[in-house]
Design a protein around this ligand. Structure first.
Ligand code: AMP
Ligand code: ZN
Length: 112
């Protein structure tokens, strides 16, 4: 999608601090980290949010979770939180599906 921030990051039109990339997904550090480790994992295909996940594109989402598990191991994260906000009220500010991976500090529940 031409006017999507994360599509532009994936295309290299906007710089990012890359963690990992393959044919399906792109991972990069969040520009405004909310924990000592905070990166985002996004599908290369534009999907607006979890609300747009279907049987057809769910393979990419499954792959992303396998990537998250592998990256967490490689980065030595013993405990971490994976978050995806859907819609404005839940705090979604970029309408391209992304999973936050946060680690390195105590976290509370329920989230604010
Ligand atoms: P959300 O608010 O759940 O939609 O998450 C969007 C995230 O993208 C926020 O945590 C932002 O800090 C992050 N973000 C926005 N612009 C950039 C950027 N250019 N590079 C890296 N992360 C970004
Ligand atoms: Zn996009």
């Amino acid at each position: 999608m031409s006017d999507c921030l994360f599509c532009k990051i994936i295309a290299g039109e906007i710089p990012s601090n890359k963690v990992y990339e393959d044919a399906v997904c792109y991972a990069f550090y969040d520009i405004d980290p909310q924990a000592p480790t905070h990166f985002l994992v996004v599908p290369k295909t534009h999907i607006a949010s979890v609300s747009q996940v279907t049987e057809e594109n769910s393979q990419d989402v499954g792959h992303i979770f396998a990537v998250i598990a592998r990256l967490a191991k490689e980065l030595g994260l013993e405990s971490y939180r994976v978050v995806s906000n859907i819609g404005e009220q839940a705090g979604q500010s970029v309408p391209h599906l992304h999973f936050h991976v946060l680690s390195g500090r105590d976290m509370t529940w329920p989230p604010g």
